[in-house]
Design a protein around this ligand. Structure first.
Ligand SMILES: [Zn+2]
Length: 414
């Protein structure tokens, strides 16, 4: 790939890789990695993170919302901070790099500066967010929302499957539910999150790193179709109003529309069929439609086309259709100055800058409401995440850390 590797970068990458392995031991379930928000495993992981900060001479703590935070002062006390970080909670049976890579890479950047006694014009703050995956409570991103000043207080009343309220779990973890809404940060100049790509694009193009242009906006619809159920033997083909074949034709039309446009993705991920018997023509089908794009206007235009396409199929097949929106989030556009800075840092470590959208959501889109924000992606094997098969190479781990370190040292307050 023509990347220039330096011995020091490789050594730092090796340490980060070893630490990611060690960090994976903080799990609720033996033999697989599960570390949901505010669990005992999350608490142990947070304290290990705080311990590693202390070894590097940094004072870290758990904030009111359950984030681990630490600050490395600049040349002058109270200087605006460049904030780095990602999340350390995981899905069930997770991989060890999603989130953890960015949190531990942020710590590694501070360790190298601290070891050299190097101070920059800006301070650096690192954050290990707690609540990104949204597995335990019906909430997500409450850690980053707290720092951005948009904490959803009602989330504290959410209960997990065992009946434990988030308020009580947060208190036991070392947070402060009464203050979580009141810790909006000021004096933050910018935020950067390093993260595995969770998609196959960098691998397909033979590139170890990418710079995120935008985090996709998403709309989710629930589509219901009513045809007429009937006996599979006694109803001639030309007299049928089969809800399942109509839904199948819609799914193909949805795929064709999305294929026609770069960076637009549309997915029918769930099909429920009634009555669901081998000898009955399906009378009712319910399916999900998930549409994402890095540009809100293009997503809205695509949705209009998709709805028209669905209605046209319904008319031609004599079935009735209903559409209900169940989720909508606008795209987050990364700050162009951060995109430029990351591009220069990536180029400086010998990699051609590739700018790409993020299909998945991240804490960055929340912190982006507080300050300019952006993301650095590291290639992952097969684009796989949320699985123990999640994998990155040691070389990519090292070059990602080298690019992030470069960005931090070259950063100038906007
Ligand atoms: Zn993640």
């Amino acid at each position: 790939m023509g990347a220039r590797h330096f011995d020091a970068d490789l050594a730092a990458g090796r340490r980060l890789m070893e630490r990611l392995d060690a960090f994976a031991a903080f799990t609720e379930e033996p033999g697989r990695l599960t570390r949901v928000f505010l669990s005992d495993a999350h608490r142990r992981a947070a304290h290990a993170f705080i311990g590693w900060c202390a070894e590097a001479g940094l004072e870290a703590s758990i904030d009111a919302a359950g984030n681990v935070v630490a600050r490395y002062e600049g040349r002058r006390a109270g200087a605006p901070a460049l904030m780095l970080g990602s999340h350390i909670d995981t899905v069930r049976d997770a991989g060890r790099y999603d989130g953890n890579y960015g949190a531990l890479a942020a710590l590694a950047v501070l360790e190298s500066l601290s070891a050299r006694g190097e101070r920059l014009d800006h301070a650096i703050e690192i954050v290990a967010f707690g609540d990104e995956e949204g597995v335990r409570f019906r909430t997500t991103l409450t850690g980053s929302r707290a720092l951005a000043g948009t904490y959803p207080k009602a989330a504290l009343d959410q209960k997990d499957a065992g009946g434990v309220a988030m308020r009580d779990a947060l208190k036991a973890f070392g947070g402060d539910p009464e203050r979580a809404h009141a810790i909006r940060r000021d004096n933050v100049a910018a935020f950067v999150e390093a993260h595995i790509e969770q998609g196959p694009l960098l691998e397909a193009e033979g590139l170890p790193l990418g710079i995120v242009s935008a985090i996709n906006g998403a709309t989710r619809l629930e589509v219901g179709l009513d045809g007429v159920a009937g006996h599979s033997g006694a109803t001639p083909m030309r007299l049928r109003r089969d809800a399942l074949t109509a839904a199948a034709e819609m799914a193909l039309a949805i795929e064709a529309r999305a294929r026609g446009e770069a960076d637009l993705v549309a997915t029918v991920g769930r099909f429920d069929v009634w009555p669901g018997a081998a000898n009955v023509i399906p009378g009712h089908v319910q399916f999900s439609l998930d549409v994402r794009a890095p540009d809100d206007a293009r997503r809205v235009a695509a949705l209009t086309d998709l709805k028209e396409g669905i209605e046209a199929v319904a008319r031609s097949r004599g079935v009735s259709v209903s559409l209900a929106k169940t989720h909508e989030a606008n795209a987050f556009v990364c700050d162009p100055r951060i995109i430029d800075g990351l591009s220069q840092a990536v180029e400086a470590v010998g990699v051609a800058p590739r700018i790409l959208p993020s299909g998945a959501g991240h804490d960055t889109m929340v912190i982006g409401g507080l300050c300019p924000a952006g993301m650095l992606f590291v290639r992952c094997k097969g684009g796989v995440s949320h699985s123990p098969l999640e994998s990155i190479t040691f070389e990519d781990c090292a070059i990602g850390l080298a690019a992030l370190t470069r960005f931090v040292r070259d950063f100038r307050i906007f």
